[in-house]
Design a protein around this ligand. Structure first.
Ligand code: PGA
Ligand code: ZN
Length: 419
């Protein structure tokens, strides 16, 4: 046992230049652990609350209140607790907050402490974070879902779908995956340039060209994959982020058209027919359960359907989805729920029910690499952490390259049901 002796938070910046919380936890023997909290833009409305100050400072986005909550009530509650008992620390904060969505203290405040305590514990034991979280069983280097063309609310362009991702699922190792994805990324840049498109990048490091629509973006991806020579090794994934396209009443705005649920499902089916798409995230809006049920029934056997806004890493929402037949995979974002323990619970419930997990960054990030270690620890098999540009995205890939080189492991999906 080792006690927490100090907890201190700071207001720092994320990759969009907005304030976020950084916390350092110190243990009684002087060991430290720290963590930065990320922040979303296409935030699900059922997510735990990210506490912002409001007012004019930082245009309302300051996090001084969250910082004060860490330095005040939270630190008082967790100082003296055993840093090796993560669940007790997380439960103490959940109880202290006392709300359903962490709106009293802020999920940003609570998460920063939760993750910093885990890091401090790993440092105290002198083992890497992924090993602390996953033990000897955490051995799978994840397949990256790399967002190379950005649209939706992540870019100021004409594309409705938020993320067009390349997925090097045919690579042999994680480092091989990074190599072929990087070559494809640079080929895509060249092709876009040749056609006179912008190659400036969006929030997640992907290009944000003004293309005519979904199919034009996919055609560019295919051309890049083929010209790089990897059409047998690289597939495609989409994050539609359909909550942002929902008009209400079962209707969506997509590619300049209004579509009903059946038209949306048919639209996805036609894309699956024409492109090597292996995963579609948020094909329907967060509260459009009818749409989710329809797409899961019609396409759930042929493609991975990832629930992000609908599940928000929340174990109760996921349990409902499993019961009702929504999606067949879940996106995992630590700050949607606000503690490490609740995140691990959601991952376990997913795996027990043969739902795949994709560990994810947020569009507002820092260079913190916690999710890289988490993805290996839980054998998620997939990570979504942006393009192959921007330091806050590549930091996660670099951490995984290091883990693979130093500790080995296997690359790809971990499917206990296939053993
Ligand atoms: P966000 O986007 O971080 O802006 O929510 C990521 C996603 O929708 O998966
Ligand atoms: Zn998403």
């Amino acid at each position: 046992m080792v006690r927490i002796s100090d907890v201190r938070a700071y207001e720092v910046l994320d990759s969009r230049g907005n304030p976020t919380v950084y916390t350092v936890v110190t243990l009684e023997d002087g060991t430290r652990g720290d963590a930065y909290v990320p922040s979303g833009a296409s935030t699900g409305k059922h997510e735990a609350l990210e506490l912002r100050d409001g007012g004019s400072r930082f245009l309302g986005k300051g996090v001084q209140k969250a910082v004060e909550n860490v330095n005040g009530v939270i630190s008082k509650a967790v100082i003296g607790m055993n840093a090796l008992d993560q669940r007790a620390v997380d439960e103490a904060m959940i109880n202290l907050d006392g709300t359903e969505n962490k709106s009293r203290l802020g999920a940003n405040a609570i998460l920063s402490v939760s993750l910093a305590v885990a890091r401090a514990a790993a440092n105290f034991l002198n083992i890497p974070l992924f090993r602390y979280l996953g033990g000897v069983n955490g051995i799978v280097l994840p397949i990256p879902l790399m967002n190379v063309i950005n649209g939706g609310v992540h870019a100021d362009n004409s594309l409705d779908i938020q993320e067009f991702m390349i997925v090097p699922d045919g690579a042999e190792t994680f480092s091989h995956a990074i190599q072929i994805a990087s070559e494809t990324f640079h080929t895509l840049k060249k092709l876009l340039k040749e056609k006179g498109h912008s190659v400036s990048v969006g929030d997640e490091g992907g290009f944000a060209p003004n293309l005519g629509g979904t199919r034009e973006a996919l055609d560019f991806l295919m051309k890049a994959i083929e010209e790089a020579g990897y059409d047998d090794l690289i597939s495609i994934a989409l994050d539609v982020a359909a909550s942002e396209l929902y008009l209400g009443d079962g209707k969506y705005r997509m590619d300049g058209r209004e579509m009903n649920r059946q038209e949306m499902v048919d639209f996805y089916r036609s894309l699956l027919d024409d492109y090597p798409i292996i995963s579609i995230e948020d094909p329907f809006a967060e509260d459009d359960y009818e749409g989710w049920e329809m797409v899961t029934a019609e396409l759930g056997q042929t493609v991975q359907l990832v629930g992000d806004d609908i599940f928000v890493t929340n174990i109760e929402r996921l349990a409902e989805g499993i019961r009702e037949g929504y999606a067949n995979a879940i996106l995992i974002k630590l700050n949607q729920v606000g503690t490490l323990s609740e995140t691990l619970d959601a991952i376990r419930l997913a795996h027990e029910n043969a739902y795949r997990t994709v560990i994810s960054h947020r569009s507002g990030e820092t260079c913190d690499t916690f999710i890289a270690d988490l993805s290996v620890a839980v054998n998620a098999g997939q990570i979504k952490t942006g393009s192959l540009a921007r330091g806050e995205r590549t930091s996660k890939y670099n951490r995984l390259l290091y883990i693979e080189a130093e500790y080995g492991g296997t690359y790809g999906y971990f499917d206990p049901f296939e053993v």
